[in-house]
Design a protein around this ligand. Structure first.
Ligand SMILES: Nc1nc2c(c(=O)[nH]1)N[C@H]1C(S)=C(S)[C@@H](COP(=O)(O)O)O[C@H]1N2
Ligand SMILES: [Mo]
Length: 263
């Protein structure tokens, strides 16, 4: 399996970017708007420049924001460099205690029973089956100390260990040309990521935190740890993984958070 090649920033030709934007906005993009695209991030100002009209009512603001967000996802996908590594840190820089966060309080953390646990793998994979924790622990393990960044305004350095997600995807025969990998969690959280990030060498199916089995608050039995993406893209308590070409969205993404959510 090879990592799908994404064009480097310099290779993205303005015409194909403009063509994508035209599809999203539903009308021809005039020449002066090129500059907005070449800045690689489309804002409300950029959008009114493109459409040539002010955005007045709520409905068009909503539509415009949705278009911007989907457009930004595509641009972020284009400029994502599968070979670019996120910084790693020494043990001495680990944040202790590491913060807990979820869409509920720490007292409501879901406790998953190890004996009953199965990870379900479905969708565009050759080997659709369930995995036990010992089977995952038998695969080659990697440790990584990276920074977790939450959009709520905090960041912390932590140490996660587990299976390289690219190794796992290769093992289950995932279609590397599929667009998305989706995750369902036992606390009803859900999210999805792009295939190039799924195959990034630092994306880990994390089974441990700081050398110990992942505690419930950090996502037992397993979380996906991606130092190239923001906190909300890192699902804890994963119970199902599916490979798909149908956009799966996510818990926060469906409430307006940017889907790509990374660099
Ligand atoms: N299953 C699940 N995963 C989740 C969340 C959640 O509420 N449920 N919250 C996300 C958010 S917003 C953050 S910042 C991180 C927090 O992870 P931590 O508790 O290990 O710091 O988990 C992410 N993954
Ligand atoms: Mo977060």
């Amino acid at each position: 399996m090879t990592i799908p090649r994404r064009p480097a920033l310099a290779d993205v030709d303005a015409d194909s970017v403009l063509e994508e934007a035209r599809k999203l906005i539903g009308r021809k993009i005039e020449q002066p708007a090129r500059r907005a695209f070449l800045q690689h991030s489309l804002t409300m100002g950029g959008l009114s420049l493109l459409t040539g009209c002010g955005i007045s009512d709520n409905e068009s603001v909503e539509a415009a924001l949705a278009a911007i967000s989907r457009f930004n996802d595509r641009v972020q996908g284009w400029i994502f460099d599968p070979a670019q590594l996120a910084p790693t840190y020494p043990d001495s820089m680990i944040t202790r205690p590491f913060p807990f966060n979820a869409y509920y309080d720490e007292s409501e953390v879901h406790v998953v029973d190890e004996a009953d646990y199965r990870l379900e793998v479905t969708g565009r994979v050759a080997d659709k089956r369930s995995w036990t924790l010992p089977e995952l622990r038998a695969m080659q393990q990697h440790d990584q100390i990276t920074r977790h960044i939450c959009v709520e305004g905090w960041s912390a350095i932590g140490k996660w260990g587990g299976v390289r997600f690219a190794d796992f995807l290769r093992r289950v025969g995932a279609d590397p040309d599929a667009k998305y990998v989706g995750f369902k969690c036992s606390d009803d959280y859900y999210t999805s990521i792009d295939m190039p990030t799924a195959l990034h060498p630092q994306t880990l199916l994390a089974l441990t935190y700081d050398g110990q089995p992942l505690p419930p608050k950090y996502g037992f039995p397993m979380k996906l740890r991606m130092p190239t993406k923001l906190g909300y893209k890192n699902p804890k308590h994963i119970e199902a993984i599916f490979v798909t070409n149908t956009y799966p969205g996510g818990y926060w993404e469906d409430q307006g958070y940017n889907w790509f959510g990374g660099s």
